[in-house]
Design a protein around this ligand. Structure first.
Ligand SMILES: Nc1ncnc2c1ncn2[C@@H]1O[C@H](COP(=O)(O)OP(=O)(O)OP(=O)(O)O)[C@@H](O)[C@H]1O
Ligand SMILES: [Mg+2]
Length: 232
């Protein structure tokens, strides 16, 4: 059982898409039940999994209050709990902790697609056993990754995934800079994942990378296999 937080305070780096790919991959590899929880009421996971984006009032908010609520089946043994409101109102950390204890009884892996919600974010960081950080190879993102490494318990950080790579000289510079920063740590820095039309097409079709036989997608699968091994 582990709780994996996919985190970067920067927007649009691929947190939600990567969360879904990791969750589906972990389900395949482990054959355990996997749950995705989000602290982002965009609920993009649904779109990326090819599901309708209808979110009732019984999302994570209700789960926290009552211990039950909506559970959307994305794939075999892969489930998602959406979030309705942008402001998760938590009276106490205890309720969230208790809920996660119950989830851990039921699921082999719980992934959190997080967005930095003031006040709540820290709870999720505390709840997580493992953290995966997606980002771009640019100055702002590398700085935010570096500060995340300073704020988060570094031992929790298992992998950094550079996404939407366009192969520029600048990106290469920042990628290698990051590699140096990571040298003292046991953190997997994956080969960069390209900004690709093919990924865009998969997303449009509501498919994950594990549902494609294309040779190019196979290369991306290999990146994710590395991350999954770092998590397991
Ligand atoms: N490697 C890629 N190639 C092409 N498109 C991508 C790639 N990775 C992500 N995308 C697209 O980029 C956009 C942002 O991705 P995603 O929603 O996963 O980011 P996010 O970090 O969760 O964003 P937010 O901060 O809004 O939650 C989406 O439209 C997604 O389909
Ligand atoms: Mg997102």
């Amino acid at each position: 059982m582990s709780v994996i937080l996919i985190k970067n305070n920067k927007g649009g780096v691929g947190k939600s898409w990567i969360t879904l790919q990791l969750a589906h991959g972990l389900q395949h590899v482990s054959d355990k039940k996997v749950l995705i929880v989000t602290s982002d009421n965009q609920n993009n996971i649904l779109e990326y999994a090819g599901k309708d984006k209808v979110v009732s009032d019984s999302g994570l908010e209700k789960w926290i209050k009552t211990g039950t609520g909506d559970l959307i089946r994305l794939r075999k043994n892969l489930f998602f709990i959406p979030l309705k409101t942008s402001h998760l109102n938590l009276q106490s950390k205890d309720k969230l902790e208790r809920l996660f204890e119950a989830f851990k009884e039921e699921y082999g892996y719980i992934l959190i697609d997080s967005t930095p919600v003031v006040g709540i974010d820290k709870y999720f960081v505390d709840l997580a056993d493992k953290v995966v950080i997606p980002g771009f190879a640019d100055k702002v993102t590398i700085n935010s990754i570096t500060s995340l490494l300073e704020q988060t318990e570094v031992r929790k950080v298992k992998s950094i995934i550079i996404n939407k790579w366009t192969k520029t000289a600048k990106e290469k510079k920042y990628y290698h800079g990051l590699k140096e920063v990571l040298e003292p740590y046991e953190i997997l820095l994956t080969a960069p994942i390209a900004q690709s039309a093919m990924i865009g097409k998969l997303i449009d079709d509501g498919k994950t990378i594990w549902e494609s036989n294309s040779k190019k997608v196979k290369e991306i699968q290999e990146n994710f296999v590395g991350v999954i091994e770092a998590i397991l």
